[in-house]
Design a protein around this ligand. Structure first.
Ligand code: GLO
Length: 563
């Protein structure tokens, strides 16, 4: 079935780093409002805002102390209402981040909960007695250390899958679910257009909170005890009935640990839960082992990536719906990760990666700066990082001597979430035009070369290439083919080319992307020969009007339509 959220392209904003209007070095809501025309020009129709709620900022707003107030540094509720109406006036929808696996420890619910064992809010969180003077089980936090913190007031431990300042809510308590649903309803009544649900696959913990395998690490990953737990689908169906079904929303669940089979349920075409999920398998392809976790400089294997994404494409077709993403506020920059961020190849490889992703079936997400080919950041010493995941990993892994120091720093430089969080590069003025003050995190020094102003003024920029890709999907004669066409991988074992077709009602789209720094030979498969063809988009001038036997230069990508 057709749906507007299947035909959308989403632009993710990390408000802290997008645009600062008042010179305090921190991005804010009026800053975003002042840049809506830029977003409109890119051609997307939806904005996803990372959290803008009141927060002590232990995890940059993913630790919320008041769901119905705006973070002081970002402005006021009046600023939010203005942003919403200005966006709507431009035909842009606003999707909010919904962070309800946990709250801040400064949320009034937790402030009450920790006071006494019989406090009415006690069961809003997950409290347990210690075991033999230690934590109640062996689960570890995603941000290093144990997933439990001892609280003096009552002599018990509370569970936190993330930082100790992010206590997990107890979703088994119907009062918690109702409180969350009421809050969501309040936002929906304000007129927002959807929710991106933070780690929503983790809300239902395994019965009895049992020890889980550590696989040689200090703690068992809390994902094992929390992801896709026994009641998660039941709770999401309840959310659908009580809230989501009353509005016309885009919903996407961030689903750590989700498999294809589970995604078929979360994002089922009957619409009983969510529209789509963010899966992690493809961004986990360059991880380390159970001990080092994500901290590794290993490169993504292209053949593995192709097979994996193709499986998601084929298996969800008709029964669920895919999201398409390489970048977000938790991922390093894709041009540095999968492409080549050297001055010679940065733009062409960024365009090649974009082509490959945007011509697939699913709803594409563009993360701020991705459309400029923004790169990873030469942070240098650990003092220049701001992200608690990176800082904790540095402390923990170096104290335990898990890897040589140089290797650890290289892995953090390559994988840190801060790579995505440096200020948006607006122009080549000081601080990249992001702020007139001192930015809360360093600016990537390459802003002098890589910035929006320069790219808006140049026809062959990465920005204009994204604009074209988005335009093809949003409003072109080939729109339905791009949005709904069936996906088939070709040349599955080719080590350089990511090539596939999309088919709908006798039309075939062919995408050929040389995701490598070497020339690659391509020949048209027999079954596609002899058809009338036209070039849809390519990242080099002399791309042929019809695909045939050819040699693609490094990072070349092109898309044709065969009728
Ligand atoms: C990814 C989130 C991340 C938050 C975490 C805790 O997992 O997007 O940024 O730090 O979920 O809320």
């Amino acid at each position: 079935d057709k749906a507007w959220w299947k035909e959308s392209v989403i632009y993710q904003i990390y408000p802290r780093s997008f645009c600062d209007s008042n010179g305090d070095g921190i991005g804010d809501l009026p800053g975003i409002t002042s840049r809506l025309d830029y977003i409109k020009e890119l051609g997307v129709n939806v904005i996803w805002l990372s959290p803008v709620y009141r927060s002590p900022n232990d995890d940059n707003g993913y630790d919320i102390s008041d769901y119905q107030a705006i973070m002081d540094e970002f402005g006021t509720m009046a600023d939010f209402d203005k942003l919403l109406s200005e966006a709507h006036a431009r035909g842009l929808k606003i999707v909010m981040d919904l962070v309800v696996n946990h709250t801040s420890d400064e949320h009034p619910w937790f402030v009450e909960s920790r006071k006494s064992k019989d406090n009415p809010k006690r069961d809003f969180y997950i409290w347990r007695e210690g075991k033999d003077g230690k934590e109640p089980n062996n689960w570890g936090s995603s941000f290093s250390g144990p997933a439990w913190t001892y609280d003096d007031a009552t002599g018990m431990y509370y569970l936190h899958c993330f930082s100790p300042k992010q206590p997990d809510l107890n979703w088994d308590n119907p009062a918690v679910r109702q409180a969350v649903f009421d809050m969501m309803t309040w936002w929906c009544d304000k007129g927002i257009d959807g929710f991106r649900m933070d780690v929503i696959s983790m809300i239902s913990k395994r019965e009895g909170l049992p020890d889980m395998p550590t696989n040689g690490a200090l703690y068992a990953s809390c994902n094992l005890g929390c992801c896709n737990g026994p009641h998660v689908h039941e709770y999401l169906q309840e959310m659908r009935r009580k809230v989501l079904s009353h509005y016309d929303l885009l919903t996407v669940g961030e689903c750590a640990g989700v498999t294809i089979d589970q995604a078929k349920q979360y994002a089922n075409a009957q619409g009983t839960e969510l529209n789509m999920v963010f899966q992690f398998e493809h961004v986990d392809l360059d991880g380390g082992d159970a001990v080092t976790g994500k901290w590794s400089t290993r490169k993504i294997d292209l053949v593995a990536l192709k097979k994996l994404l193709s499986r998601w494409q084929n298996e969800l077709d008709g029964v669920a719906w895919n999201s398409l993403y390489f970048c977000n506020h938790d991922q390093p920059r894709i041009v540095s990760r999968l492409g080549d961020d050297s001055p010679e190849n940065r733009e062409i490889s960024a365009k090649c990666i974009a082509t490959c992703l945007h011509m697939m079936q699913g709803t594409p997400y563009v993360y701020q700066g991705e459309e400029l080919g923004m790169t990873n950041v030469p942070f240098g010493p650990i003092e220049n990082y701001r992200d608690l995941e990176s800082i904790n990993a540095y402390r923990d892994l170096s104290a335990r001597g898990v890897m040589p120091q140089a290797e650890l720093m290289a892995a953090i430089a390559y994988k840190s979430r801060d790579n995505a969080r440096t200020p948006f590069q607006w122009d080549d003025s000081p601080n990249a035009g992001f702020t007139t003050g001192r930015p809360w995190i360093m600016v990537n020094p390459n802003y002098v070369q890589i910035n929006a102003k320069e790219q808006l003024g140049r026809a062959d920029s990465v920005f204009h290439y994204y604009q074209k890709l988005i335009g093809l999907r949003r409003n072109s004669p080939d729109k339905d083919l791009i949005v709904y066409g069936r996906y088939d991988l070709i040349l599955p074992d080719h080590p350089q080319l990511f090539a596939y077709t999309r088919t709908l009602e006798g039309k075939t789209l062919l995408a050929v992307c040389n995701l490598s720094g070497k020339e690659a030979k391509f020949d048209l498969p027999e079954e596609l020969k002899g058809r009338k063809s036209r070039l849809l988009i390519a990242n080099w001038q002399a791309a042929p009007a019809a695909p045939g036997a050819m040699t693609l230069a490094p990072w070349q990508a092109a898309v044709w339509v065969l009728e």
